[in-house]
Design a binder for this molecule. Structure first.
Ligand SMILES: C[S@@+](CC[C@H](N)C(=O)[O-])C[C@H]1O[C@@H](n2cnc3c(N)ncnc32)[C@H](O)[C@@H]1O
Length: 1023
């Protein structure tokens, strides 16, 4: 790292050589930022501090610790100033002296703990500047060191303390009727206000968060009443008083956290300026919540929105409001709501936006600025933040009465009321929070602005972190986005972003603006076509600012460097304008360069005033309601491979596709249990699992049984299971890696359609393919029977397949290729071409291997089921397909390639031990290192060109033979039976066969590539 800094310093000197002072200053600032980042310090330019003399000073740069604790400062002067005299003057004004660097273009001066420590030459080439910076960054104030220690200790101690608090609450609940009644009353309130699913446990957690943070809030704002006055806090204080009737009890319980609180108290004493307090609150919001409950933090999307984004959105919403409705945000009657307010940043920045217009600001604050938050800690933070900001701007304190503790998505009472729907209200409960919610619901909201929670779709049921369903909003999604969509996997459309857009769109009524930070997914992914179609209809104008950072789409990106939230999914700012009677949205889109860093993206947003100033391109949605990455080619003319919308019962003639049925590969939901190389071991595992499961039904002890959604349903119904030997089948688990599997409706997560292909063990050739949502290019691999969804596993994609035959409900084996498909081929190539269904099957397989097809239709293949063009010379393609299929399905029966085996056994290896597996391929040298003793050579280089997804066929074989530590603890402990040594010989034999298959496959795909295609007309009539 030091070398990197040296290079930076050289660059600095080179720049300074050119004597461009502002450039030198910028470069030095950059250096501080980067060095700071490496030490987890945040650089803030133009940082304001309140001095001891109570004057405000703006310092050129400050480096801050996590909780906004100052670490050090930097002040730059002009070359013409007398630096020493300037430093004196600054200290007289109250500049901090504990760790500060002053620079002009010639000299850098470091002061630490009140004394000048050293000077360095900014332009010379000795190491003095490096030394100075090293000392600057090595500085540590005693109280900060203590505080950092306390923060770390806090995370360690917290679980114990939480347990103690939970126990205390449970005891009290049992022992004190008074306390139990108070909890019940509060629970009722929470159910009415927040959401009906709130439980006793949730109330307990709210109380705990309250207890843990109340002192902090009181200290930062050194006015305990500030917090106490809030209506929800007041209720929780009452509960707390009942919990700790004995005054000494609380300090005793929390004693271990004392250093943390003491650290906060001394830090709080250092934070004087208002903006610093805000910064502190934001950091507390994220840090505390993550330490307290990481899962909840993730589910709720506890992460604050950078100010640059918030301000850009406010300025743009204001501009659009004026443009379309002739009014500004500050104008009376424009009511604004942040439905997921977090630390209240949007409201706070709105107040800043309105600064200078005292009367209107006052009215806005009291009447027309609304905010919702569902979790207690952010709710407190938002309340303090907003009230303190208002006070800082206006000089007067006023309670912020428009903040509601409520689950926005459950608060559906006011949805649609301004477009004629019924207006429902809560019952007779009259406490303050409910009153606030009712008041908000009675208002016409014109602008909904905020950053709804991001929560990655929880595919894995066992993570148990899925968002709960929202009945009304989900119904609305079903009636709109789902109804209009064509996506197969509809579940992903019910995410928090679409829910919030649905809610906001309904809440606005006939007109208004929604300004949200949303993921790129709804805008960019095929599954959201219905969402986009409906948005086109419901809004008149859509403005999209694509901030990129989609690490999953582009692995060259890094979340921390390129994503403005440091996450893996791309980020988009969307401003959606709704105007009465005006649909057919005009869509405008702008994006930041793909490789731009998050810091630069934010800096850019900080300096454009509104969207109106940004160069945008107009998007005209295509037939599929794609907005981004529209494909332009003749794809639509090709024959559909399958019709995924067709139900299982529909007749074959309704398919209008080459194949009648397609199925996903097998998803066991518990691969380590359900697959094994060894039949006997598989049987042992499954019998043990079923035994534990049956026991758990009676005992309730589920420690050893991994339940997925499917099995949980049976568990809830108390269905006992029996081991069924017939369910053990052979399956292609990964490319060229067969295994034994337990194929069973109870123990597999999804397998139903596969029965339509593999009802029994009869040979049924199947083309498996992996295209949609795959991270790598389209792949196809034929198999003779059951196959796994991860056959050619590529990121989010999953293998699907079309088999040659299928089974009807009554168990009859019939053709899976439709007559409709056959007729199309015959109509195109003529009767004389001798087209048969088998030949079509082979032809399809060949086309799927065509490198030109994969490349030209790459975008289509990622979004849709394949379509098949008519190439000239059907017979040649069908023959290619037949050869490929014979090799791929029969890979174990091909003649092994004549590879060479070199064995150099280690004579000193202890008896009974095996050489360590290496399983690494070196394509350039044409060899594979098998283990410490053995390598295989003589593999042709091109064999590695046969790739499936992210690796070559050879590497699939190697990968599947590695010894991996099982993830499931029970498997690890009881059934970790795989040893490479047992399979070494078999693998070497398989490897030589797969080399043969690879060379053969590449020969064919190369021949395809070499075809002269000029004059080809691949279109087909699909009518
Ligand atoms: C991304 S954060 C908002 C950050 C905020 N703009 C800031 O800068 O602090 C999302 C917030 O929404 C809250 N939230 C999540 N689901 C909610 C819901 N259904 N109703 C209301 N608030 C919700 C979370 O607790 C979280 O604080």
């Amino acid at each position: 790292m030091i070398n990197e800094y040296r290079a930076e310093l050289d660059r600095l000197r080179a720049v300074s050589g050119s004597r461009r002072e502002s450039v030198l200053r910028e470069a030095f600032k950059d250096l501080l930022k980067r060095w700071g980042r490496a030490n987890d310090l945040q650089f803030i330019a133009e940082h304001d501090i309140l001095t001891r003399q109570m004057t405000r000073i703006y310092i050129d740069g400050a480096l801050l610790h996590g909780l906004r604790v100052p670490f050090g400062y930097w002040e730059a002067k002009d070359e013409n100033d007398d630096l020493t005299a300037e430093i004196d003057a600054k200290f007289r004004k109250g500049y901090p002296r504990d760790n500060i660097v002053f620079t002009d273009d010639v000299t850098a001066v470091l002061w630490q703990d009140g004394t000048e420590v050293m000077r360095a030459d900014m332009q010379g080439d000795d190491d003095s500047l490096l030394n100075l910076l090293t000392r600057f960054f090595a500085h540590e104030r005693a109280e900060i060191a203590d505080f950092n220690k306390a923060v770390k200790q806090f995370a360690t101690d917290l679980p114990e303390i939480l347990k103690a608090l939970r126990d205390r609450i449970a005891e009290k609940h049992a022992a004190s009727r008074d306390f139990a009644a108070a909890v019940a009353a509060f629970l009722q309130h929470a159910r009415d206000a927040i959401n009906p699913a709130v439980s006793d446990d949730d109330v307990r957690e709210m109380l705990i968060q309250h207890i843990l943070t109340e002192d902090i809030f009181a200290k930062v704002f050194n006015d305990p009443d500030f917090h106490r006055k809030n209506n929800v806090a007041a209720e929780l204080y009452k509960l707390e008083d009942k919990l700790f009737e004995d005054r000494g009890e609380k300090p005793a319980l929390l004693r271990a956290l004392d250093p943390y609180y003491a650290g906060i108290a001394s830090t709080a004493a250092l934070i004087q300026s208002h903006s610093e307090k805000q910064g502190f609150l934001k950091a507390l919001y994220e840090d505390f919540y993550k330490a307290y409950n990481r899962k909840a933090a993730d589910r709720l999307g506890v992460v604050y929105t950078p100010g640059e984004i918030v301000r850009f959105m406010i300025r743009s919403a204001d501009w659009l409001c004026e443009k379309h409705f002739g009014r500004n945000l500050i104008d009376k009657g424009v009511e604004i709501l942040d439905p997921a307010t977090g630390t209240g940043t949007f409201i706070v920045e709105l107040l800043e936006h309105f600064r200078g217009n005292h009367d209107k600001l006052r009215h806005k604050y009291r009447q027309e600025l609304h905010a919702n938050e569902v979790a207690i800690l952010p709710y407190y933070v938002a309340n303090l933040n907003i009230e303190a900001t208002y006070q800082a701007i206006t000089g007067e304190f006023a309670e912020y009465e428009n903040l509601c503790l409520v689950d926005t998505l459950d608060n559906v009472a006011a949805l649609g009321i301004y477009s004629g729907h019924q207006f429902e209200m809560f019952g007779a409960i009259t406490d303050d929070n409910i009153k606030r919610i009712k008041r908000q619901n009675s208002r016409k909201i014109s602008v909904i602005i905020g950053n709804p929670p991001y929560n990655a779709w929880q595919e894995n049921y066992n993570q148990n972190n899925a968002n709960r369903p929202y009945q009304r909003v989900d119904e609305r999604i079903k009636q709109t986005y789902i109804k209009e969509g064509t996506a197969q996997n509809k579940n992903s459309v019910y995410d928090m972003y679409t829910r919030f857009v649905r809610w906001a769109s309904d809440r606005l009524g006939d007109e208004g603006i929604v300004a949200f930070v949303i993921g790129r997914k709804p805008i960019a992914k095929a599954a959201y076509d219905g969402f986009r179609k409906v948005a086109e209809r419901e809004f008149s104008d859509i403005w999209l600012m694509d901030l990129g950072g989609d690490v999953r789409d582009n692995p060259r990106l890094s979340g921390t460097t390129h994503n403005v939230f440091g996450i893996q999914t791309g980020v988009m700012i969307a401003l959606l304008v709704k105007r009465k009677g005006k649909g057919g949205a005009v869509i405008r889109y702008a994006r930041r360069p793909e490789m731009e860093t998050a810091a630069d993206k934010l800096a850019w947003l900080g300096q454009v005033s509104t969207f109106g100033e940004v160069a945008t391109e107009a998007i005209v949605p295509d037939r599929r309601h794609d907005w981004l990455n529209q494909a332009t080619n003749n794809w639509d003319e090709f024959l559909p491979l399958v019709n995924p919308k067709l139900g299982l019962e529909a007749p074959s003639s309704a398919a209008k596709a080459i194949f009648r049925l397609t199925s996903n590969g097998l998803e066991t939901g518990r691969d380590e249990w359900a697959y094994d190389e060894n039949l006997g071991y598989l049987k042992d595992k499954i019998e043990w699992f079923i035994g534990q499961y049956n026991k758990a039904i009676h005992s309730g002890d589920r420690r050893f049984v991994k339940l997925d959604r499917q099995l949980n349903r049976h568990f809830q119904k108390r269905t006992t299971l029996n081991f069924n030997l017939k369910a053990i089948r052979h399956a292609e688990f990964r490319a060229f890696s067969g295994r034994w599997v337990y194929f069973d409706e109870f123990l597999n997560a999804y397998h139903s359609r596969l029965h339509g292909f593999f009802l029994d063990e009869e040979y049924n050739p199947t083309i498996a393919y992996d295209g949609m949502a795959a991270d790598y290019s389209f792949t196809a691999l034929s198999v003779g029977g059951l196959f796994d969804k991860g056959l050619t596993k590529t990121g989010n994609g999953r293998a699907q397949g079309v088999a040659r035959y299928r089974y009807t409900k009554s168990g009859e084996r019939v053709d899976n290729i439709t007559d409709w498909g056959l007729n199309k081929f015959v109509a195109h190539y003529g009767k004389k071409a001798g087209i048969t269904k088998d030949a079509i099957f082979h032809y399809v397989y060949a086309v799927m291997h065509d490198p030109v097809y994969r490349d030209k239709y790459a975008l289509n293949l990622k979004r849709e089921f394949p379509r098949i063009p008519f190439y000239p010379d059907f017979v040649k393609w069908a023959a290619w397909g037949e050869t490929l299929m014979a090799m791929h399905i029969g890979y174990e029966d091909v003649e092994p390639w004549a590879v060479e085996r070199v064995d150099t056994p280690n004579a000193r290896r202890a008896e009974g031990t095996h050489p360590k597996p290496i399983l690494k391929s070196l394509p350039e040298q044409g060899l594979v290192r098998v283990d410490e003793d053995t390598q295989i050579t003589g593999i042709p280089r091109e064999a590695w060109d046969y790739r499936l997804g992210n690796r070559s066929a050879i590497d699939w074989v190697l990968d599947q033979h590695k010894e991996k530590t099982p993830r499931d603890p029970t498997i690890r402990e009881k059934f970790n039976t795989y040893r490479f040594a047992d399979y070494k010989e078999r693998m070497i034999d398989l490897l030589a066969k797969v080399v043969r298959v690879s060379v053969g496959t590449v020969a064919i795909t190369e021949a395809m590539k070499a075809l002269d295609r000029s004059g080809w007309d691949e279109g087909a009539e699909t009518k």
